[in-house]
Design a protein around this ligand. Sequence first.
Ligand code: FAD
Ligand code: NAP
Length: 569
Amino acid sequence: MSHAHTDQVQEDFDAVVVGAGFSGLYMLHRLRDTLGLSARVFEAGDDVGGTWYWNRYPGARCDSESYFYSFSDRLSEDLLEEWTWSERFAAQPEILRYLQHVADRYDLRKDIRFGTRVVGAEYDDATGRWTVRTDDGEQVTATFLITAVGCLSTTNLPDFPGRDSFRGEWYHTGAWPHEGVDFTGKRVAVIGTGATAVQAVPEIAQDAAHVYVLQRTANYDIAGGNRPMDAEDGRKIKAEYRDIWKATRETAFGFPYDVAPRTALSVSDEERQRIFHEAWERGGFRLGTTFNDLLLDEEANETAAEFLRARIRERVTDPEIAELLSPRDHPFFTKRPPLENGYYETFNRENVTLVNVRAAPIREITPTGVRTAEAEYEVDVIVYATGFDAMTGTLFKLGIRGREGLGLEERWADGPHTYLGLATHGFPNLFMITGPQSPSVLSNMPVSIEQHVDWITDCLRRLGEQGYDTIEALPEAEDDWVAHHDEVTATTLLPRANSWWVGANIPGKPRRLYPYAGGVGVYRLLCDEVAARDYDGFARGKSGAATNGRFSGVARARYRELAEEATAS
Ligand code: FAD
Ligand code: NAP
């Protein structure tokens, strides 16, 4: 492998990374500064940040507490010391500044091509190298292709009839104008009530003349409890950082607190209410970790669901609107619950109308507004808070072709097939950071991102030490992982909702649970076991010929052991 000389013109790299958000930045640092490899990052945006570069809508902020929605001590303890978050859940500009700071501190920008979209990546069987093509006509080659393209980076703009006829302004929240949008005195339609709309609507309602919130499915929104962080908060957190980060790596969702080891129906009604209330008061996702069967048992789940509906009834003055805002058609947490800061109270305002587009669907966008089966809403601005073609949407747009020219989209026509969510057979030397069938979006993502990047880094180091430069998932390992993924999924209530987690938001998308539901801590142990057993389930070799490999099913065997240990304790 060649060594990095990043200031000279170069077209052949050890690795090409696509994307410069959390994943791409950390991957570049590891490739270049830890492994001494040459690397090029391509980023479609004009700066680093990924999600936090694109999603600039009013109210955008993280739902993981800032102090653990960041890089851990794996990157650097100094960085943890020098950065202090100003709010419990930082707003988009602060998170973007943080990622810009990381890029500058580690001198990452010099190896990133901004404003450049990867449009093709073809594997050459003869040379064992990837050729990566960009929208500005550049072409480079690399031994390794690493996708850091994000799970939520391809916007979903529903194909409403007449969409382009609208004469007012329209925006998708995931591609928000940098100069912002002035809603003052305007009539606005917001389509969607997911995590994005729940953040944006209260902000827009403060300025707009009127806001129509077009809701198809009500969500279980949890109290966020955002607040400023003072110097004392900062000191306390910094003093505990090592324990905090250790915990995030071991828990189910990558948070520093784990799911309580008790079932919802094992306690009295009063005790359950007390536990829910305490979690509610603390804010954030804690409510989802109060009992260990909320995602497994319908009756248990209903206790949390009803607790949340009662909170809506308390806060929304019109009982009919409160009922409309109360989910009845899916269990709690089978769609990603948004965190809210004043969302429900927004519906007590005179200038906000909740429109039920489940009962009367959107028929078309007209030149002057939105027409549903029942009425026409004349507006000046339409905000599409309609989400993303998650997990696979962006991967497919890369135009990835593996051995014998097989397209990734073709290979995954009936849903993703991966080994550990990191690699896929027929695509040697392709690694996917937070790929489908890894915990990814079912976790506090920086923790999952770091785990993948560190695993890939160790894997590349070992390959080099062993004199290999080619690695490929074995088909039997992949089949085994997909079967395991499906088995774990089937034990949960997650398939029960029409969520983007199962691809239900995109017409024609295979209905599968896309993230892995086995938990962050457990998944890490499985990946470590695979590595410790000399990359069990991967074939390795030289110059494209990956022949040296075996599969003995260590990931699943380890999962069974862990499950037995958990049952015994
Ligand atoms: P991204 O940040 O999505 O970056 C991927 C980058 O790849 C993008 O910049 C994109 O332009 C680039 N790219 C894609 N395709 C190409 C191409 N073909 N060529 C070149 N470049 C390309 N997660 C949490 O855990 N907690 C939170 O609180 C949280 N809040 C969120 C809030 C919002 C509004 C959204 C949308 C997501 C949130 N997430 C949250 C998920 C979030 O996406 C991840 O936490 C994290 O930012 C992902 O980082 P990433 O680097 O993997 O991907
Ligand atoms: P989303 O959860 O997919 O929500 C999209 C909304 O648009 C849903 O209410 C959906 O209704 C509606 N919609 C889509 N197509 C529609 C149509 N044709 N007609 C009517 N309504 C339609 O998208 P999102 O809110 O952007 O959030 C996506 C994910 O990004 C989140 O789940 C979360 O992981 C992440 N995110 C995180 C944060 C944070 O952590 N702070 C903030 C924002 C986003 P249905 O429910 O009926 O499909």
